[in-house]
Design a protein around this ligand. Structure first.
Ligand SMILES: C[S@@+](CC[C@H](N)C(=O)[O-])C[C@H]1O[C@@H](n2cnc3c(N)ncnc32)[C@H](O)[C@@H]1O
Length: 288
């Protein structure tokens, strides 16, 4: 068959080999019911690269560092990740961050003699989450955050979404949860339904590539007062989740906060975090 003629069928054996490879590299686990998903996402790559089979694609990926395989691995992360996000996502949790978590984190930082408050949006997708935090911090800079320098780090495994975050230009759909006042205060209208984040808000945030299952890579990121890791642990299996949570535990100050997605309980893990109940939202705090 001409490789670019028709969508390649993925055999079960190919699916299992690719699934295991992806899991080993990213923690993302595809159950067998997701074979169609992987086939849909990767068939385009197979055609673009003019490969004959998914087995050939895996061999290419396994080529390793310094080869075409290393570059294709980055592209694989772009293809297989689900990057859905929006500003002010899960409003009750964002409000709990604004009204409870941030003031307490700022108080603790002052008590520890810190001059910087560090927030990490781990798996930040196209930037909506770290920039939501940046907008809040900008609004509270002369009150709750007075005297503290805020640093927000956004990281993701997909270079494509990081480039979008770097542009910081958004349409009204992803901005739908913002009030007209917030939109006006923090964005510059560019026409054609596009809005650019103002530089003074963007400046609070830096972006970098980081794979959450590569703990040695993010051990160097320093210590944080709050980590947001929302709507990504759902893609990991239990072992990868436990590994990532252990990593977060190591990167947080004592009594610092971890906010996960609303359907992502980490309770089953003996993680050294205590569960916090906010109004219509939940969060975690490192015990000691
Ligand atoms: C559904 S988005 C969630 C974005 C944002 N946190 C939110 O809740 O709106 C999930 C993000 O996790 C990223 N991701 C998946 N596996 C990852 C890994 N191993 N390391 C870092 N990021 C990862 C994906 O690229 C994607 O952008």
């Amino acid at each position: 068959m001409d490789p670019i003629q028709a969508k390649q069928q993925m055999t079960l054996a190919e699916f299992r080999s690719l699934r295991d490879f992806i899991y080993g590299k990213s923690g993302i686990f595809f159950s067998e019911s997701k074979q169609y998903f992987l086939e849909n996402r990767l068939s385009k790559r197979i055609a673009e690269l003019k490969l004959r089979s998914y087995g050939d694609y895996l061999s290419l990926l396994q080529g390793g560092q310094g080869s075409q395989g290393a570059a294709e691995l980055k592209q694989l992360f772009v293809e297989i990740t689900t990057n859905e996000t929006s500003f002010w996502r899960n409003p009750p949790q964002i409000e709990a961050f604004q009204n409870i978590v941030l003031p307490d984190a700022a108080k603790q930082a002052r008590e520890r003699g810190q001059s910087r408050l560090r927030l990490w949006s781990a798996a930040c997708s196209s930037g909506e989450e770290p920039y939501t935090l940046a907008m809040i911090c900008q609004d509270l800079k002369d009150t709750v955050l007075r005297g503290l320098t805020v640093e927000i780090l956004g990281t993701d495994i997909s270079e494509k979404v990081l480039a979008q975050a770097q542009d910081a230009v958004y349409n009204s759909y992803t901005l739908r949860n913002l009030t007209p006042e917030q939109l006006q205060r923090h964005f510059i209208p560019m026409g054609k339904d596009l809005f650019q984040l103002k530089p003074e808000v963007k400046r609070l945030t830096s972006l970098r590539h980081c794979n959450l299952v590569d703990y040695p890579a993010y051990r160097q990121l320093g210590t944080f007062d709050v980590i947001f890791c929302r709507n990504v642990l759902i893609y990991f299996d239990e072992a990868a989740k436990a590994q990532v949570l252990k990593g977060f535990h190591g990167q947080l100050h004592p009594k610092a906060y971890l906010l996960v997605g609303h359907s992502e309980s980490i309770h089953a893990f003996n993680t050294g975090f205590e569960l916090l109940h906010f109004s219509k939202a939940m969060g975690y705090r490192k015990r000691t």
